[in-house]
Design a protein around this ligand. Structure first.
Ligand code: ADP
Ligand code: MG
Length: 484
């Protein structure tokens, strides 16, 4: 659309990630999704007067992990603040959050752009805070129900710089954030269950302008795809409005996934509406260099590091490296496979092909996959050694390995008569038999119909019971026929 070429969008995302701690941020209440309503609620979650919050140390460790992964600065001294507002699912009447001293500032997350390059998205800040309870409007006809199980769940809020330019970049950014949270084991990244949520800040301006337009904040998206749809709608809506000569109101809008539109909810409140002040019931926290180093030592491998390792050290294509690192458990499985084989491309093919389609067909995760990674490595090796053919490995041996996960593939191949013939003498015998049984074709081949080689190959595989090593057999067959 020509009008869209006049404008460009500016997008910044705020992601809330529920941390996978056993207990809540400031109490011993259990932190779990899906429990019966109002069962994980002590007097602290209920905000009774006179109760005191106690800091959950694990949340600090998780925040440092994410900060290290994003190469952020980690603040040595922090204190908490009260953000005051009234809401039925916020019993204390305020949220404990980090206002002036977020645990992480700066840093970046790398995303893929539409043309396949890498782009750095700046991180403004990452801070710790607590979640509110849940108001449920659609279960009771007359009343709103309140479930306070979620109240006090520890959150990390990740605020990006306004570096994103398209809805696709926003989609890619959220995919990377979710991947990172999952690799770091600090959040399950499940947007449908609300354990990862995203507010999208969107504005438009004339192309090339240095001054950002007024931003609108869009909430209520329950999937990465819906964030993308909401942003697309919002960009078009804002452009239309500006083209009509109307100003954009700074407001919060909700996304209606069924209609694919955003709807005005409220005009944006200013920060001073919240009357932030330092939380008097929690000690300030200090993070020492030693503490950071201790966390650094226990950091798992990160998807981007593995991606570059697969390309630079293993010689895999960027497509393969991408597929293998998309999911942490697949990457870890592949890491184990390559402990037993040096044929990295062969191992990648097997994991991305046979293993992944098996998982897809059965709708299971790799955690429930029966074949130990080591055996996939051994399988790749015996294919390379010519002991089994690629097709026998995929079609016959692989299913047997699924049924007999404790048995090594070579043993299974021997027990089931799948070892291919790469002994020249027995191959010559088969070749002789095929030539004797097909005198007409042999004559035609001798007269120049070289394309009959395929037919001879087919017959040879048949008389060998599918066990002839196809590469070697093909070579021997050709020389034998050519020398007749
Ligand atoms: P607020 O105080 O309203 O929450 P912030 O300045 O903290 O606003 O920014 C919140 C988010 O909005 C950040 O992710 C930031 O990158 C993004 N943002 C800021 N200005 C704009 C803009 N003009 N257009 C789009 N996004 C913006
Ligand atoms: Mg905000």
């Amino acid at each position: 659309m020509s009008v869209n070429n006049k404008y460009e969008a500016v997008i910044g995302l705020e992601v809330h990630a529920q941390m996978l701690t056993k207990t809540k941020a400031y109490s011993n209440d259990i932190n779990e999704y899906g429990a019966n309503p109002n069962t994980n609620v002590s007097v602290i979650s209920l905000g009774h007067p006179g109760t005191l919050p106690v800091m959950n140390k694990k949340t600090i460790e998780y925040a440092i992990r994410l900060g290290l992964a994003c190469e952020s600065n980690i603040a040595p001294y922090q204190y908490f603040a009260r953000k005051n507002y009234f809401y039925p699912d916020l019993p204390k009447g305020y949220q404990i959050t980090q206002d002036k001293t977020p645990i992480c500032t700066g840093g970046h997350i790398f995303i893929k752009t539409d043309d396949g390059n890498e782009k750095e998205i700046g991180i403004t800040r990452i801070h710790m805070e607590e979640d509110a309870g849940k108001s449920i409007h659609d279960v009771d006809v007359y009343d709103t129900l309140v479930d306070l199980n979620r109240a006090g769940t520890p959150l990390l809020e990740i605020v990006s710089e306004p570096d994103l330019k398209t809805s696709q970049e926003a989609y890619n950014y959220l995919t990377e954030v979710r991947k990172l949270l999952r690799y770091l084991d600090i959040c399950d990244g499940n947007m449908e269950e609300g354990s990862m949520r995203c507010d999208a800040n969107v504005s438009v301006m004339l192309k090339g302008s240095k001054v950002f337009g007024t931003k609108v904040e869009v909430k209520n998206m329950n999937s990465i795809r819906n964030v993308q749809r909401a942003i697309e709608f919002e960009i078009s809506r804002q452009i239309e409005q500006i083209e009509k000569g109307e100003a954009i109101a700074q407001e919060t809008r909700g996304f209606d996934a069924l209609k694919g539109i955003t709807i005005s909810q409220r005009t944006k409140e200013a920060a001073n509406d919240y009357r932030y002040f330092p939380e008097p019931d929690l000690q300030p926290i200090t993070v020492s260099k030693e503490q950071i180093e201790t966390v650094r030592e226990t950091m798992p491998a990160l998807p981007r590091d593995l991606f570059f390792k697969y390309i630079n050290e293993l010689g895999l294509s960027s497509y393969d490296a991408q597929v293998l690192t998309d999911t942490k458990s697949i990457a870890l499985y592949f890491e184990e496979v390559i402990q037993t084989t040096k044929n990295y491309k062969g191992a990648a093919n097997f994991v991305m092909g046979d293993v992944k389609s098996f998982l897809n067909n059965r709708s299971i995760e790799i955690e429930d996959f029966p074949i130990p990674a080591k055996h996939i490595g051994l399988l790749v090796n015996i294919i390379d050694e010519g002991k089994v053919s690629t097709s026998a490995a995929s079609q016959k041996l692989f299913p047997l390995m699924v049924e007999n996960p404790a048995v090594e593939p070579l043993t299974l191949a021997e027990q089931n008569n799948l070892i291919q013939e790469s002994d020249e003498n027995s191959l010559i015998t088969y070749i002789q038999q095929v030539i004797n049984e097909n005198p007409v074709e042999t004559e035609r081949y001798k007269n120049g119909e070289k394309q009959l080689l395929g037919l001879f190959m087919g017959k040879l595989m048949k008389v060998s019971g599918g066990k002839a090593d196809p590469k070697l057999a093909n070579q021997l067959l050709r020389t034998t026929l050519d020398n007749l």
